[in-house]
Design a protein around this ligand. Sequence first.
Ligand SMILES: C[S@@+](CC[C@H](N)C(=O)[O-])C[C@H]1O[C@@H](n2cnc3c(N)ncnc32)[C@H](O)[C@@H]1O
Length: 320
Amino acid sequence: MTLEAGKQFETLLRYLRDNRGFDYTGYKRNTIVRRIAKRCNELGLTNFGAYQDYLQVHGDEFAILFDKILINVTDFFRDPQAWEYLAKNIVPRIIDKPGLIRIWSPGTASGEEAYSAAILLCEALGPEAFLRRVKIYATDLDEQALEKARTGYTEQDLEAVDEVLRARYFEPLGGRSAFKASLRRSLIFGRHDLMQDAPISRLNLLICRNTLMYFTAETQGRILARFHYALEDDGYLFLGRAEMLLMHGSIFEPVDLKQRVFRRVPRPPLRERLMILPQGGNSEDRDHAGRQIRFHELASEASPLAHIVVDALGNLALAN
Ligand SMILES: C[S@@+](CC[C@H](N)C(=O)[O-])C[C@H]1O[C@@H](n2cnc3c(N)ncnc32)[C@H](O)[C@@H]1O
């Protein structure tokens, strides 16, 4: 890409963020440049500046662009070996601990990953304990993909699910196959933006596969710091096959590197904790905000009273 094209591209990303609230500035450039360039070609536009002009007069183009950029490819038990490892080695440790089991699958696309986790847990616990103990939060930026998770799958979508499990966990619904209604209330689907929204907390298992890889290293770092905060001390992080945590050894340690299963390292250094801060502002603002947060943390930790802070959605945001 020429320098001029690069500049136009960054201007386009800022335009999308500031005018439409679609923030792609944290995504790796090679993938999104390729996708937007392809869209320009389809429209017969020769540069990113012309595409920005096009967006200004064609309001419906934003939804098309959104669709082109987000890749929803997924499957049940994608990378079966890794799921087998999870079933054999991690699920027993999670269910051994008494109490609720909280799982989050961000970037879940159309939900296959979340239902795969539900099947493993239900196989291990039995349906009664599953319903009593398990909550699986499945989120994505893409509402359309989530709608499929809610409404059901075609026979082809279910090919990767073993026939016995298919009969046990799916039932016909309006010409499709949906996860059994009697078990479905343990799963909650909702829109969540990994770059901007507060994480779901107190997790025993966080499954974020084939999603982090679309973000720049800096954005990945910020998301991982939030994941660290979101997990219980002995919580597990399950990543996709192509994803590594080379630079984040201080907050996650591998349980099985090949299968991309990591464990949370308790109490991160302050630097990582400050990465939980929202994006934006200059470094002076961030330093100031970091100091403020540190003061609040110290004051809160020194207080003899217990504090919890809950956000508008009822998620635990802070606790001393
Ligand atoms: C390739 S799919 C991965 C699906 C599934 N986790 C798997 O491994 O099979 C990537 C998903 O990440 C979602 N995604 C992209 N940016 C996101 C963001 N900022 N917040 C939440 N989800 C995002 C996309 O909509 C897409 O559904």
